[in-house]
Design a protein around this ligand. Structure first.
Ligand SMILES: [Zn+2]
Length: 106
């Protein structure tokens, strides 16, 4: 059973990043107003929550990386948000999306 009072635990991992798991998109689009995940509908995005349509959604990283360290071997970590994602990818999610769209990759 999950303890409802459990506090999140933070770990520092020193290891090397082996691989970015790319079996799903590396980023997701969210509503600029309520930050909920939105779906793309041709050139615009639609927020079901706000019931509004936006041309420029927020774009945030959400992907999994495989890390190896000398003690535990291989572990997987989720990179969430633009701050840490940009550090790994070298650009904000918004820019990556533009490049991928220009190349016709979803
Ligand atoms: Zn919204």
């Amino acid at each position: 059973m999950t303890d409802p009072n459990a506090k999140p635990k933070y770990f520092k991992v020193f290891g090397s990043l082996q691989r970015i798991m790319s079996d799903r998109p590396l980023y997701y689009l969210s509503c600029p107003e309520c930050k909920k995940k939105v779906m793309e509908d041709r050139d615009v995005v639609k927020c079901e929550n706000c019931n509004k349509v936006f041309n420029e959604p927020n774009c945030s990283y959400n992907f999994t990386v495989r890390i190896s360290d000398s003690l535990t071997g291989t572990l997987y970590a989720t990179v969430l948000g633009d701050e840490s994602g940009s550090e790994i990818m070298g650009m904000p999610a918004k820019d990556l999306r533009q490049i991928r769209e220009a190349e016709g990759v979803p």
